[in-house]
Design a protein around this ligand. Structure first.
Ligand SMILES: C[S@@+](CC[C@H](N)C(=O)[O-])C[C@H]1O[C@@H](n2cnc3c(N)ncnc32)[C@H](O)[C@@H]1O
Length: 260
């Protein structure tokens, strides 16, 4: 694809592609997506020089890539492209990774990092936060069941562009990747006595009603996070954070080590 020469060209290209691509909202989302190999179709900034200065300061590894990608647009052109302006006034559209490739990653034998399953999550912000966590811990992927679209623009915004650092897909419970399934539930065995293997599938229930019957039936073990009796449950994303941290202590790859 030829790079747009002017803001007007970039806007035209944007309108042509926006229905079928992933919106990267803000400098940090674009930075992460580029860093983790996203195919960026068009990228705009209201102040190109300022965006590149930010890259020089915070992300020198992607500065040249951003220099090649960014087209300067006016404030009015930018405002017409995004649902609400981001403080960095940077935005881009990227190709959504192929479902086939993600499913192959999720189902691969001998995975070296867990798959996180959110069973019928309801809150778009929680899903984004979980994808960010999964990326940070080098998890193989995040699977959602139910109706929430894990590639919804609000989830991508919450994930800070890190959907490209892990495999994100929606599946039915019957289609979950193979591997020992540990379902997180306050009634389970205390996680402090449980070693989570690298190929674990770690499942978390919905904010409203916890784990579904189908997920419970598929679980090999119910595992609980330490919590005093008077408290009914933790927030979904914080539960994922504690569980991945526990995995990182007992079975996780060493910090800095490349993981899939
Ligand atoms: C907000 S909670 C769900 C609360 C829901 N009202 C219920 O009835 O279970 C969302 C999910 O976080 C996980 N979770 C929260 N607190 C937990 C705990 N103490 N131990 C294990 N998992 C927990 C579970 O997977 C739970 O289904």
């Amino acid at each position: 694809m030829t790079d747009p020469a002017t803001g007007a060209d970039a806007s035209r290209l944007w309108h042509r592609l926006s229905g079928t691509s992933v919106l990267l909202d803000g400098f940090h989302a674009l930075k992460h997506a580029v860093r983790f190999g996203a195919e960026v179709l068009v990228a705009v900034a209201v102040d190109r020089k300022a965006a590149l200065a930010l890259a020089e300061e915070l992300a020198p590894d992607v500065r040249d890539a951003l220099d090649a990608l960014l087209t300067e647009v006016t404030q009015a052109e930018y405002a017409a492209l995004v649902p609400r302006p981001h403080p960095t006034a940077v935005a881009a559209l990227a190709v959504r990774p192929s479902r086939e490739a993600n499913l192959a990653r999720l189902a691969r034998a001998g995975r070296t990092a867990p798959v996180v399953v959110l069973d019928d999550p309801r809150h778009l912000g929680n899903a984004g936060a979980v994808i960010r966590l999964a990326a940070g811990f080098g998890a193989t992927g995040v699977v959602t069941t139910g109706t929430l679209d894990p590639w919804h623009p609000t989830v991508v915004r919450g994930g800070a562009g890190l959907h490209f650092a892990t495999a994100v897909e929606r599946l039915d419970v019957a289609e979950l990747p193979p591997g020992p399934l540990f379902a997180l539930d306050p009634e389970g065995d205390d996680i402090r006595g449980v070693e989570l293997p690298d190929d674990a599938v770690l499942a978390f229930g919905s904010e409203r009603s916890g784990l579904s019957a189908g997920l419970r039936a598929r679980a090999d073990r119910l595992v609980a996070l330490p919590m005093r009796p008077q408290v009914s449950s933790y927030n979904l994303a914080t539960s994922v954070a504690m569980t991945l941290y526990h995995w990182s202590l007992t079975g996780g790859a060493a910090p800095g080590q490349d993981r899939p």
